[in-house]
Design a protein around this ligand. Structure first.
Ligand SMILES: C[S@@+](CC[C@H](N)C(=O)[O-])C[C@H]1O[C@@H](n2cnc3c(N)ncnc32)[C@H](O)[C@@H]1O
Length: 165
């Protein structure tokens, strides 16, 4: 969707592509091939790179990306993993870059109507995520809900400007 909406953007699609991916998207010979097939179906594969890695230890240099989008992944981490991954996000996004954090909304009925919800960690509201984003170096610009989704749009602080006396 990002590549469709931003015709000149390039994108790195990162996931562990392990057991959890298969729980969500079904068994396949290669989960990366499944994603590639989806990118091809959307006609955007030439602007995407698929990376297999752990979001708690991102294999990228500091300030690599203009923006990060995270969709329904942080629910799989414990508190330490959340803290580490937010810090990793702040490290690899450029100063002033954006971070769109999408989470499963804290809607109790969801847990009873949609089986995969059961593998997710406890659900938190925006009031829980906001201080954690701030601690990692982000400023929350906007928060809101969509069906099934809680989102927070945050921006990494600009690097302090050096002053000379
Ligand atoms: C609900 S799926 C969402 C997948 C995709 N972001 C989407 O929106 O369709 C959760 C994904 O989190 C991935 N995941 C869980 N822990 C991870 C970690 N530590 N690092 C990277 N990906 C992880 C799983 O492999 C799984 O594909």
């Amino acid at each position: 969707m990002v590549l469709k909406a931003r015709p000149r953007a390039t994108l790195v699609a990162l996931d562990l592509f392990g057991e959890s991916f298969e729980q969500h998207f079904g068994p396949s010979q290669s989960p990366q091939q499944t994603l590639l097939a989806n990118l091809e179906a959307a006609g955007v594969e030439r602007r995407a790179t698929i990376v297999t890695a752990d979001m708690r230890k991102l294999p990228f240099e500091p300030s690599t990306f203009d923006a990060i989008v995270s969709a329904y992944v942080f629910e799989h981490l414990n508190r330490e993993g959340i803290q580490t991954s937010l810090a990793e996000g702040a490290r690899v996004v450029k100063p002033g870059g954006d971070f769109l954090l999408m989470l499963i909304a804290k809607e109790p009925w969801l847990q009873y109507t949609f089986g995969p919800m059961l593998v997710h960690q406890g659900f938190h509201g925006a009031e829980w995520w906001t201080p954690r984003l701030q601690e990692a170096g982000f400023q929350v610009l906007e928060e809101g809900t969509r069906p099934v989704t809680l989102y927070l749009l945050a921006r990494r602080a600009q690097a302090p400007v050096a002053t000379f006396h």
